[in-house]
Write a new protein. Structure first.
Length: 212
């Protein structure tokens, strides 16, 4: 899996765009990661997703001041922050459960990134793009594996799940919300930056420290 990583990283000048395209190499790496993930996603996110997708708070997530009263908006912000934090807690606490093959892949990505880009956050952002953007977040925004037979999610719930993944992706990308309606969500990013850095380091640990 080293060569596709090298090909993707070496051909781009902007590290924030690594693994964000839909060409062959990122798809191959993503498919490999999913093939080696085992039950990690279902063990880590499954119980939480089954609860959250039926949480009535997800139907109250409008943050637009032109559509909701200020007090309702504050309540909605609190709900989204709390639910997003529950996902972040579950993810951060699962670092030891990431399969070895995935840690080796994330380690190779880190090793390819460090000499290619000199920016301090480059390795964190590139590894985070693969871990979150292409692996973890799609399981949250499209939770089809956790629906009952014949069950569909209302548009409000789907919108809320997308917003939660946006919070997680912004955290992994070291990017803040610029929209005025979203500004309060940056509190979640600020309070979790050290934890996401620790998680990314933990899941891309050098193989020297792997235990058979």
């Amino acid at each position: 899996m080293v060569n596709p990583c090298v090909n993707v990283i070496d051909r781009l000048e902007n590290y924030t765009m690594v693994f964000r395209g839909n060409n062959a190499a990122p798809r191959i790496i993503t498919a490999f990661i999913h093939s080696q993930a085992g039950s990690y996603l279902s063990d880590t996110l499954g119980p939480l997703l089954r609860r959250v997708i039926r949480d009535p708070r997800l139907k109250e997530i409008d943050l637009d001041l032109s559509k909701v009263a200020p007090e309702e908006r504050l309540r909605n912000i609190g709900n989204i922050q709390a639910i997003a934090q529950s996902f972040l807690d579950a993810i951060f606490e699962s670092a030891d459960n990431i399969p070895r093959a995935l840690k080796e892949t994330f380690h190779h990505i880190a090793q390819c990134t460090t000499p290619r880009f000199r920016e301090a956050h480059a390795t964190h952002i590139v590894v985070g793009s693969m871990v979150f953007l292409r692996f973890i977040c799609p399981a949250i925004s499209i939770p089809t594996n956790y629906l009952r037979s014949g069950e569909t999610l209302p548009p409000e719930t789907m919108k809320a799940l997308v917003l939660i993944t946006k919070i997680i992706q912004n955290l992994a990308s070291n990017a803040q919300f610029q929209e005025q309606n979203m500004a309060e969500l940056n509190e979640v990013l600020h309070s979790n930056i050290k934890r996401v850095l620790g998680f990314i380091r933990a899941v891309s640990v050098t193989p020297f420290f792997f235990i058979n």
